[in-house]
Design a protein around this ligand. Structure first.
Ligand SMILES: Nc1ncnc2c1ncn2[C@@H]1O[C@H](COP(=O)(O)OP(=O)(O)O)[C@@H](O)[C@H]1O
Ligand SMILES: [Mg+2]
Length: 577
């Protein structure tokens, strides 16, 4: 348990090295402030004895000034140390956030989609912000108050070590109790954070599915889900509060005990004349003052444990394995892709989405993938840019396993358009040049013309500067597909993959786009998941998939002859036409 805390602190210390300036300032002011606290306490004895016992009343008038000086300096220093320590803790949190964000970007796609969106957001935003105040407060207190305790202990021991020991006899109980409650706090805080993540997730889901909810009268059901999680969160939060407050009360109780012992025993010594009243008062002050920082320390410890609970969720992410490529630079295909006995499933408890696939996808040709829905077409193409890796078998590009290639250069070869393309909440222009930042205006226009997108873009009042998703603007599925296609025409990547990319377009528009794509034939490797007959019949090679297996390959005439399933599909295509 102790090791855990040390590990946590050592992790935070690593972040500290970028923030040594505010940190050292904070520490300096903390030391100065503790020193003044010690000085103020220590000077009670000589002042009391000198002024009152030895009756040097002429000094008396200086005492208030002396006290004001000490108190105001102390106030100033503790303000400065709080400021600098806060800037350290906020700085640390920001760095953790950035690292976490970076980490998420470099996780394998397969891992990312398993994570619940709300939980991911919550880890970056909520968990880190949970740590911030606790960390800020706790680290401040830990440094400042530990020093104060040491200084005050020194003063107390110096006065009467035996009496000090008596007063501190309850210390072990405080330490043990605080530790015990701290562990409980850490565990509960972790659950609280997970619950926050779940709430974030639910909220996002509700907004995404709002149409389903509105039309299906499932409002009450959703409300019930949400209320249940809120209730859980409420109970967990109360539990954390309970532990935190118990820890405070424990210290108070023990303080009372210590003070009572000291007053009882020390007071009797004064009455017997074995102790001067000045020494007794100074000792009593020191001891009573010690309990205040001890109380703060115990709270800081609980705070640290809470931060650790949130931290454990963050740490989990840092321990996830990042996606890894090889060192070879990938070049545009010369020969093509080869699948060798490739099997893949999305999870070990799911059926195979691809099973023992052997396949050749020739370079610079147009290949059509066909097959019933759920056959594995989209899965197959996701393996090419390594969104997923085969569970068994291997995929080669020009004879080299995909894993040997540097990921960025491999993915740079591709341009992909999905059935539901994703566009960012940016201007149309920015969405397009994402794939080619150096593109000129003419190039972008040309690409849009090829993708049949230019007319509708230019009919918008702000044209290319229109920001998507703002001022009520949302594009139709077909418009999105055309923008995504424009990206492909702009980038002109060596490998172009279209996964039902024109499914939401009318036939005329689709024909025009096909004509534009035709110009790329022979120079680019085109892989098309087709849903219309004209595309399929034009392909150099057709691959027929069914239930994760390649059931036939060849051109249109060949497949008509040898595959009953293909003939069946052909009939439906004909009917739809
Ligand atoms: N992200 C996913 N997680 C789990 N299963 C999936 C996922 N995507 C697809 N599948 C499953 O894999 C199989 C093949 O799907 P897919 O490749 O999308 O088929 P197609 O594109 O041919 O319609 C289907 O059974 C589908 O349910
Ligand atoms: Mg699909």
């Amino acid at each position: 348990m102790k090791n855990d805390t040390l590990l946590f602190l050592s992790y935070l210390l690593k972040y500290l090295k970028h923030l040594y300036k505010p940190f050292s300032l904070g520490i300096t002011f903390a030391i100065l402030s503790s020193f003044l606290t010690g000085l103020g306490t220590w000077s009670i004895k000589p002042i009391f004895n000198y002024v009152f016992v030895e009756k040097h009343y002429e000094i008396f008038k200086f005492i208030p000034f002396y006290l004001i000086l000490i108190f105001s300096l102390n106030g100033l220093f503790s303000l400065l140390q709080a400021y600098y320590m806060k800037s350290v803790s906020t700085g640390i949190i920001n760095r953790i956030r950035l690292d976490l964000f970076k980490k998420f970007l470099s996780l394998p796609y397969s891992r990312l989609i398993k994570e619940r969106t709300g939980q991911t957001i919550s880890r970056v935003i909520n968990d880190t912000s949970q740590i911030e105040p606790l960390l800020g407060e706790s680290s401040q207190i830990l440094f400042k108050e530990t020093l104060t305790v040491v200084v005050l202990l020194f003063v107390a021991f110096y006065q009467r070590w035996d009496l000090t020991l008596i007063a501190l006899i309850t210390l072990p109980a405080i330490v043990y109790g605080t530790k015990y409650l701290g562990t409980k706090t850490r565990k509960t805080r972790r659950l609280t954070q997970a619950s926050t993540g779940e709430l974030t997730h639910r909220m996002g889901e509700i907004l995404q599915g709002i149409r389903e909810i509105k039309i299906s009268a499932s409002k009450d059901l959703m409300l019930k889900f949400f209320a249940k999680e809120l209730e859980r969160f409420y109970r967990l939060s109360l539990k954390v509060t309970k532990y935190r407050e118990s820890s405070k009360s424990l210290v108070d109780l023990m303080t009372g005990f210590g003070a009572a012992l000291l007053i009882g025993y020390g007071g009797s010594l004064v009455i017997k004349g074995a102790l001067t009243p000045g020494a007794f008062l100074s000792l009593l002050t020191a001891i009573l003052l010690i309990f205040n920082p001890i109380r703060k320390l115990s709270r800081a410890y609980t705070g640290l444990k809470e931060a650790q609970g949130a931290w454990s969720r963050i740490e989990e992410v840092f321990h996830l394995e990042e996606e890894k490529g090889g060192t070879l630079k990938a070049h545009p295909p010369q020969k093509g892709f080869e699948f060798r006995e490739v099997s893949f499933r999305y999870d070990s408890n799911l059926p195979y989405a691809l099973y023992r696939v052997n396949l050749y996808l020739p370079a610079q040709k147009m290949i059509a993938l066909v097959g019933p829905s759920g056959a594995g077409k989209s899965t197959l193409i996701s393996l090419l840019p390594r969104f997923y890796d085969p569970e068994e078998g291997e995929i080669l590009l020009d004879g080299v396993n995909l894993k040997e290639f540097d990921l960025e250069s491999l993915r740079g070869l591709f341009g992909m358009v999905w059935q539901e393309p994703f566009l960012f909440n940016l201007s149309i222009w920015d969405n397009l040049i994402l794939v080619k930042p150096e593109a000129t205006f003419e190039e972008v226009r040309e690409a849009c013309r090829a993708a049949q997108a230019l007319d509708f873009i230019e009919s918008l009042p702000k044209g290319f500067d229109t920001v998507l998703g703002e001022e009520g603007l949302s594009l139709s599925g077909g418009q999105k597909q055309r923008l995504a296609l424009a990206r492909v025409f702009l980038k002109r990547p060596p490998i172009i993959i279209l996964d039902e990319a024109t499914s939401q377009l009318d036939t005329l528009t689709e024909r025009a786009i096909e004509a534009a794509l035709n110009e790329l034939r022979g120079k680019h490797t085109l892989i098309v998941i087709a849903h219309r007959l004209s595309t399929i019949t034009r392909a150099d090679k057709i691959v027929l998939l069914d239930r994760g297996r390649v059931v036939a390959e060849g051109n249109h005439e060949e497949l008509l002859l040898k595959s009953p399933l293909y003939r069946e599909l052909y009939q439906t295509f004909l009917r739809e036409k």
